[in-house]
Write a protein that binds this ligand. Sequence first.
Ligand code: HEM
Ligand SMILES: *[C@@H]1O[C@H](CO)[C@@H](O)[C@H](O)[C@H]1NC(C)=O
Ligand SMILES: *[C@@H]1O[C@H](CO)[C@@H](O)[C@H](O)[C@H]1NC(C)=O
Length: 534
Amino acid sequence: MLEFPFPFSVPIIPFLLPLLFIFHILYRYFAAPLYHVPAAHPLAHITSLWILYIRFRAIENQTLKAAHGRLGPVIRLGPKEVSVNCVKGGIREVYAGGMEKGDGGYSWYSFFSNYGGVPNMFSTAGNRPHSTRKRMLSNVYSKSVVTSSPALLAQASSILYERFLPSLSSTFSSPDPGVLNMYAFLCATTMDIVTGYIFGLASSSNLISNPKQLDWFLDLYNSRRSYNFWPQELPNLTEWVRRVGYRLVPKWVDEANGEIEKWTEGMCESAAAVLRLSEVKVEDTPVVYQQLSAALSREAKKAGNEKADLTYPIASEVLDHLAAGFDTSGITLTYVIHQLSKNPSIQDNLRTELLSLSPPLIPSSAPVIPDPKAVDALPLLHAVIWETLRLHPAIPGPQPRVTPPSGCRLGPEERSYYIPAGVRVSASAGILHSNEEVYEKAGEWRPQRWLEKVGEEKKKDMESRWFWSFGSGAGRMCVGSHLAVYQMKYIVAALYSNFETHIIDDTGIEQSDAYTAPPKSGKLMIRLEHVNTG
Ligand code: HEM
Ligand SMILES: *[C@@H]1O[C@H](CO)[C@@H](O)[C@H](O)[C@H]1NC(C)=O
Ligand SMILES: *[C@@H]1O[C@H](CO)[C@@H](O)[C@H](O)[C@H]1NC(C)=O
């Protein structure tokens, strides 16, 4: 009789399973390719659940900042994720080195596609398709084109003299004279200017003069923010769960996106109609729309696809620009005004500088506005904007990339680590900007630091190497930075040439811990006072 040669009589499975599990954990711990990289949390060695939980709770910024402070410039956030906080061996390798936003499959940025997944420049993961699109667009956003554009100048003049200043003056006839929510008002202004440049004035938004539409838009736009976690960090789970009939993101978020998409399509249609006219007023020129639609048509023609429907590729692209453009600039300006209201003597000095412009940006100069190059050259205005971009970056947190197939080395020379392919890696502007060696008293808002005479190396550190509000790397850094600075400088100039600002209520002014980081409260209540400009 054949006997089974098994020595145990006890059930084996219940013993073996826990053993295998422990072995698996030890294996993941010690054999992990990132084993040597200091872990921000013990669990980060074996699972990404820890960092997901941190993201879910919206405490990523403070958590990463503390972890880098404790553990140095390269830290491990999960089995396949690191965060860097240095220039050499850090942002230089990752961003200037052109690491991609995804590795063929999933990209964190796919979330930013519009119209049900139509990609745009920002959401495109791979460098090749991205650079084709960027070549179509970078010229209209270059500094030389922005600062010499007759269309943009006419748009800015019209918006500042005919909407912005009259609307601020009209607050004095309200029950609460001179009081307004500056955050909302600034978002309206940046949206009007950005859509003015994209679609032309006749086809753009007029949120300044339509407070109801402004409320409608900000409500839709901001209420969606807290639901980004699931689709962005766990897109497959979100999708599976949806398939079995449960929604991690409520339906109204999709509906809100749909309404914003429809609104954008309307502006596209209007811009297309303007381009069919025989004569177009300079301020009605849809500069970005015209360039993009012409370039995409040429591309389709070259591919032998003349009849391609470009409606959604165009709309997805410009929707990303108007969202990126209004939101980030509106946030930055809110903190400019908050800080200037807390620092009346800097506010006074700034006003003196602004009133030296010729002509000054006051109603009696209309419709002439001072030359953009003269505005750009004002030293204190520049320092105020730069110090705010530094201390309150509108995109303060991680900007993920993926390490290349060959892997890479990260970290300063004396302490660098080999990082294999396919690891998510990111840096954060807020943490880079808190480097005390580059920005002394980094936690304080001190525009003066940009005016002090410093050596060449120090200047480079402050202005370019460590300054990261617009990201870095010719490939993916902010394409709209010159338009952003242009509009922010004009808006601050128009405001402080005519008004003083005082804080009425700034509760909840702290930045949210999110990708783009508006004040937690979504408001900044300010009281205006007219200044006597004689
Ligand atoms: C204060 C204002 C602004 C800030 C702080 C800001 C910040 C940034 C940052 C950090 C990135 C890089 C993101 C990454 O690499 O993951 C970026 C990209 C981008 N920004 Fe801005 N931005 C601002 C204004 C604007 C404006 C006015 C526009 C209008 C067109 C704009 C359009 C874009 C686009 C299209 C990209 C994607 C570029 C690419 O993928 O090549 N931004 N921005
Ligand atoms: C990030 O966290 C640090 C430390 O808690 C804090 O000082 C800073 O203001 C935060 N920044 C943002 C943009 O939330
Ligand atoms: C998630 O889904 C995408 C496409 O739908 C796929 O390429 C990817 O491999 C999936 N990821 C995981 C971890 O299953």
